[in-house]
Ligand binder design. Sequence first.
Ligand code: GDD
Ligand code: MG
Length: 355
Amino acid sequence: MDAVIIAGGFGSRLRPLTDRRPKHLLPVAGVPFLVHQLTKLAAAGVGHVVLATSYRAAEFRPVLGDGSDFGLTLSYLREPEPLGTGGAIRNAVAALSTGAADQPVVVLNGDTLSGHDIAAQVSAFAAADADVSLHLVSVADPRPYGCVVTDEAGRVTAFAEKSPWPLSSQINAGCYVFRREIMTDIAPGRVVSVERETFPEMLRRGRWVVAHLESAYWLDVGTPATLVQASTDLVRGIAISPAYRLPPADRLVHETAAVDDAARITGGSVIGPGSMVAAGAVVEGSVLLPDVRIDSDAVLVASAVGEGARIGAGSRLREAVVGDGAMVGAGCRIMPGVRIACGAVIADGTLIRAE
Ligand code: GDD
Ligand code: MG
């Protein structure tokens, strides 16, 4: 079976962590995020994955290789200018393995960590003889997502992307099964949104679009808060991924990291390769990329710190995002929601609030 992962977005909500890498390669529980999806697809019986990339496209292959590490074959596509979610899916058709027109093709948004059973979704799609199947989950606030309305028979009747007045609490969870020939209905070679154009158009034309409701663990890792949450949930065993096999723990410290015995690392925090945490420092529910340095008595809560950044002694950060190579001086207070640019230098004793 073929799958397509659409991974060409800019990851704007994750800046500055995505200034220098695509969000899809940010570490989540110690591995590049896409490793979770690729491992899961292989376990569901997918043998070939087309990775539809655009932003920082050249960075994917050196990290993910030919797919053999995950038990599948990987093909890479690069859109010189992003084609949108629908355009990316249409563009991927040419790279699929040769197969029958009615073959199912799994399509994933490249930023969702989901515990749902992809093989079961494919089976249900085949049994229903549908054109497209959408995995749906229920959330408290559907406004940042694609809101999906279904009838009693489980057929999708409406799709409204990022509606300020959502008609249901069910949202598009970003895992589709397409009948292969349906993918070619999307107009080729131009920017198309699958959510704003393709799905509503399919419903107008009476296509058989079915819902696959499964309420397993689900998170879109596209914001700093959810990226950190996904990572800490995996480490603590709250989320499950076939790519993460360690027993539930309070921390994941890379073997090349140096953590002082008098430092406290908790809440499922990840300490990346080459990072250092000094005595008296507290790292709680946070993610440290490689080569970060946390000086003595600094306190970091629910934050993400970019590669090579340094947090000075006694500084306190909560729900903060620190870009690569930034230097936060000693005794600083960084309040929730603050983003510190890559390479920024923050003087000792500075207080920063979110704007
Ligand atoms: N190749 C390619 N080209 N990929 C793209 C492009 C593009 O032009 N634009 C976006 N993508 C990829 C992103 O990299 C991401 O993996 C996926 O498409 C979804 O884009 P996001 O920017 O993360 O969308 P979203 O999170 O606001 O909304 C989407 O996901 C929600 C669930 O997490 C929509 O599909 C919603 O309907 C859905 O509820
Ligand atoms: Mg997203």
